[in-house]
Design a protein around this ligand. Structure first.
Ligand SMILES: [Zn+2]
Length: 116
């Protein structure tokens, strides 16, 4: 029997605080406010603290920083140093990613075919 994966398993979804797109959690990047009050990129998504999710694309990060949505989401006032650090992180991201619902559906289809 082929292993049943993907379609049945519950995949946690999160909303990007900048563009409000809902994506599977693992496709988003988590920014966390640690219990110490520091804001950092939490690439593994495991750090404790209040988290906010952003798409792995620069446009969302820039929008989030410019419009202060991260401050609101994390209930913190980002200082200049933190903003600079987040900007620097965003520099390493692609400006835009092509990953909409259709791409996700197509990927799932390919996976399904391989299971047969
Ligand atoms: Zn986004």
């Amino acid at each position: 029997m082929a292993k049943k994966q993907g379609r049945r398993r519950h995949v946690p979804h999160r909303t990007c605080v900048a563009c409000r797109t809902v994506r599977p959690k693992r496709e988003l990047i988590r920014v966390v406010r640690t219990p110490e009050g520091e804001v950092a990129v939490d690439e593994r998504g495991k750090q404790s603290g209040r988290g906010a999710y952003l798409c792995p694309q620069r446009t969302c990060w820039e929008q989030a920083l410019r419009r202060r949505v991260l401050d609101r989401a994390l209930k913190v006032s980002l200082d200049g140093e933190t903003i600079a650090a987040l900007r620097a992180y965003a520099e390493g991201l692609p400006e835009r990613i092509e990953l909409d619902e259709e791409d996700l559906a197509a990927k799932e289809e390919v996976d399904g075919r391989e299971e047969e």
